[in-house]
Design a protein around this ligand. Structure first.
Ligand code: C2E
Ligand code: MG
Ligand code: MG
Length: 351
């Protein structure tokens, strides 16, 4: 909806109007005996400061509205020049991403995952890097933009193909078997038939055993129609692939919901791990997640372990695996193989 205030003398009038409109819309409505309320996100642009043509004013109000949504909805925001700069920067990334996809400028780096009981590498997580003419751009920066602009499908497809082919190479070259964990995007998970077909084709093409692949999902992807989610997860697991929930503890999954999901591993988010020795509640949450995973017969892996103290705390509390800079940063495939061999030679037990 668009509201035009045609004779504003003071910006305060706009604020009062927007506040009042939010409050009015929010009033509960009775439908079939139940109270339903609606929240609103509003973006405000001003003439002539933000533009004096209808199109410009609409574009600015639209950007401001997206900002209001990002600020948690149920609020209003005025358009600012920074919003425009941000939108332009995103557009620039989007354009360069399209070229990067054509030129295949992506790499997968691999971060070792360590089995707590043996101290040995049990698997790796594949993490995408955009090599933009020698500068690596973090997935945290470009994945949300790729998702929004519909480019994630192609990138996600490349990740699956590359990771499965690398997994086959790793398991051929290295003396011990390793699992390769692959992060899925929300759009890939939504289009599960296509995803499953792609994985099946690539497993067939490489001859890799499916139990060498783990797929990582986030809690937000699992929310929705429980039956549908469970069906999709079961279909993936029927291939022989394992499933992990990434960044566990930062989403909204309820315990009763979790109990119904066919999940193999919970990955404790690194925000809890980094504050283990600093914040008692983060340590308590970490212990609670480990207990929960153990009770539900899931394995549990701690992310972002950077210190010996964190590692020992986790070991003491029954966490079965970890990954983090303490052991190794994510490495290109070849560098990982070299690192693995070096570690193997230096451990007295051998791998
Ligand atoms: P994630 O899957 O939770 O991956 C862990 C992130 O933590 C990685 O960041 C990793 O480099 C970083 N990390 C690992 N150990 C430590 C540590 O000890 N300290 C600190 N400070 N950080 C550590 P990265 O590679 O920047 O990836 C960020 C996120 O981007 C990933 O979080 C994942 O959600 C997403 N992502 C990465 N690769 C892919 C991909 O191929 N596909 C999709 N859909 N998402 C991906
Ligand atoms: Mg992950
Ligand atoms: Mg994570």
């Amino acid at each position: 909806f668009i509201v035009v205030l045609s004779s504003v003398k003071d910006i305060k009038e706009v604020v009062y109007f927007a506040e009042n409109l939010l409050a009015q819309i929010r009033l509960p409505i009775e439908i079939e005996g139940g109270a339903v309320s609606v929240t609103t996100s509003m973006g405000v642009s001003l003439c002539p400061m933000d533009g004096d043509e209808g199109d410009d004013l609409l574009r600015c109000a639209d950007l401001a509205m997206y900002h209001a949504k990002a600020e948690g909805r149920n609020n209003f925001q005025f358009y600012t020049r920074e919003m425009n700069e941000k939108a332009l920067a995103q557009l620039d990334i989007e354009k360069r991403l399209k070229v990067a996809i054509q030129k295949n400028c992506f790499e997968l780096h691999y971060q070792p995952q360590i089995d707590m009981a043996t101290g040995l590498v049990k698997g790796v997580e594949a993490l995408i890097r955009w090599n933009d003419e020698g500068t690596y751009i973090s997935p945290e920066k470009f994945i949300p933009i790729a998702e929004e602009s519909g480019l994630m499908e192609q990138i996600g497809k490349w990740v699956i193909i590359q990771a499965i082919s690398d997994a086959e190479k790793l398991n051929k070259v290295l003396p011990n078997s390793l699992t390769v964990a692959i992060n899925l995007s929300a759009s890939q998970f939504r289009d599960s038939d296509k995803l499953i077909q792609l994985i099946v084709d690539q497993l067939k093409y490489t001859g890799l055993n499916p139990d060498k692949i783990e797929l990582e999902l986030t809690e937000s992807m699992l929310i929705g129609d429980l039956d549908l989610v469970v069906d999709t997860l079961n279909a993936i697991r029927a291939l022989g692939i394992t499933l992990a929930i990434d960044d566990f503890g930062t989403g909204y999954s309820s315990m009763s919901y979790l109990k119904n999901l066919p999940i193999d591993t919970l990955k404790i988010d690194r925000s809890f791990i980094s504050d283990i020795g600093v914040d008692a509640s983060d340590a308590a949450i970490t212990v609670a997640i480990i207990t929960l995973a153990n009770e539900l017969n899931m394995s549990v892996l701690a992310e972002g372990v950077e210190t010996q103290d964190q590692m020992e705390f986790l070991e003491e509390h029954g966490c079965s695996a970890y990954q983090g800079y303490f052991y190794s940063k994510p490495l290109p495939l070849l560098a990982f193989c070299e690192y693995y061999e070096k570690q193997r030679e230096s451990t007295s037990q051998g791998y």
